[in-house]
Write a protein that binds this ligand. Structure first.
Ligand code: GLA
Length: 388
């Protein structure tokens, strides 16, 4: 794999004396804690064994060259023209990162880059955060900018907010930056305090199912949900001083929920508060190796995302409800922003084949779409790879 990429790199950019480096950033799957991050709540994602590779080399000129092994679009951009967005292209993610470094007063120098990813795009597995982190991590190291990983995570989120235009929270970038093999990342999105929780699946398997219904985060209802949560907070703030919905316990929310007159906005807030509680319970379940309780919490999470937060939709619901009919399925829910993309399932290993066959067939019959199934391991966060 790396050797093939090296060949593509040299074929396009030629050989010279500057050293070639290879970096990798994973995708992520969120086990539970959906639409809580931008509310200062808790999340529990894992980094995946698939992700984005970046081959990178300093150049002796003032151009940045972008090439992808996945997409036809390539670019050759002079350093003084990095500020312009290129509509609809993958290169906006690395461009967003360059712009953040420029804002921090860093001097950008010429370089040649080849990206190659095996995270399905637009499927809710953070292909974007994976590109952002692989870029920021690599450039920071190559040009010795001196940022630590938490600063790079924050900077990568800002690149997505400010350059790409999605008001995402920090979960994806954090999971991609600080994920750990066979661990889930328990993160408080307000304080950024985190713990890596051992996640031993033993006789169970993590299966990701892709609805293959495409969604674009920017033009989806994601930003609308962010705005609705802000509205809920405004109503609450008329009587109570809190900074984030994530500060409310279930009990307190039940007591004060009537200060939100709008029924839809109240349901949005109810999802956030109850989801936060489920994350705390999920961490306990993981620590006790109680996979069945974890599965129940995942199911409850999906149901709340469906009825209260309304971000699931026909395809995700079909995949989830068909999954739950199969013996050996411990939990099944949508993962990521929703509106399409993937579900995450915990399944007893011996039933995985049957699961894929039956759910695949029924999903096709009901929706006319072909589901795809992935069997990732839980991997480490962004890093440089040693190559020979
Ligand atoms: C997307 C965003 C995250 C998070 C999830 C929903 O993946 O990038 O910040 O809000 O949706 O939990």
């Amino acid at each position: 794999m790396i050797n093939e990429l090296k060949e593509i790199f040299y074929k396009n950019y030629g050989e010279n004396k500057n050293e070639l480096f290879v970096y990798f950033a994973p995708g992520r799957v969120n086990i539970i804690g959906e639409h809580t991050d931008y509310n200062g709540g808790f999340v529990l994602p894992c980094a995946l064994s698939f992700g984005t590779y970046l081959l990178i080399r300093k150049a002796n000129n003032s151009k940045i060259k972008f090439l992808s092994a996945n997409f036809d679009f390539s670019a050759n951009i002079p350093i003084n023209k990095l500020k312009k967005k290129i509509n609809g292209e993958w290169v906006n993610y690395p461009l967003g990162i360059f712009n953040q470094f420029i804002k921090k007063g860093k001097d950008i120098q010429g370089m040649e880059m080849l990206f190659s990813g095996n995270v399905p795009n637009g499927a809710g597995l953070s292909s974007s955060a994976s590109i952002e982190l692989v870029t920021s991590f690599a450039i920071n190291e190559l040009f010795e900018y001196g940022f630590d990983i938490i600063e790079l995570i924050k900077l990568s989120q800002k690149a997505e907010n400010e350059f790409v235009g999605v008001n995402c929270g920090i979960m994806d970038q954090f999971a991609v930056g600080k994920g750990k093999k066979n661990h889930a990342l328990f993160l408080n999105c307000e304080t950024l305090k985190y713990a890596q929780i051992p996640f031993n699946l033993n006789e169970y398997k993590l299966v990701i199912a892709n609805t293959n219904k495409k969604r674009g985060l920017t033009d989806s209802k994601y930003n609308e949900r962010v705005a609705e949560c802000k509205e809920a907070l405004k109503f609450i703030n008329k009587k109570f001083t809190i900074k984030n919905l994530g500060e409310l316990s279930l009990e307190t929310f039940e007591e004060i929920q009537d200060v939100i007159p709008d029924e839809v906005i109240r349901r949005r807030a109810e999802h956030v508060v109850s989801e936060d509680y489920r994350v705390l319970e999920a961490v306990k379940a993981m620590e006790n190796n109680d996979i069945k309780t974890l599965g129940k919490l995942m199911n409850a999470s999906h149901d709340s995302l469906k009825t209260n937060y309304e971000v699931t939709g026909f395809e995700l619901d079909t995949l989830v409800y068909e999954a739950r009919k199969i013996t050996g399925v411990i939990g099944s829910r949508m993962t990521g922003a929703g509106f399409g993309g993937c579900t995450v399932n915990i399944i007893k290993k011996i039933y995985v084949d049957e699961f894929c066959k039956k759910v695949g067939e029924r999903y096709k019959k009901i929706t006319g779409l072909n589901a795809e199934f992935y069997f990732p391991e839980i991997g480490d966060g962004v890093r440089r790879l040693v190559i020979d």
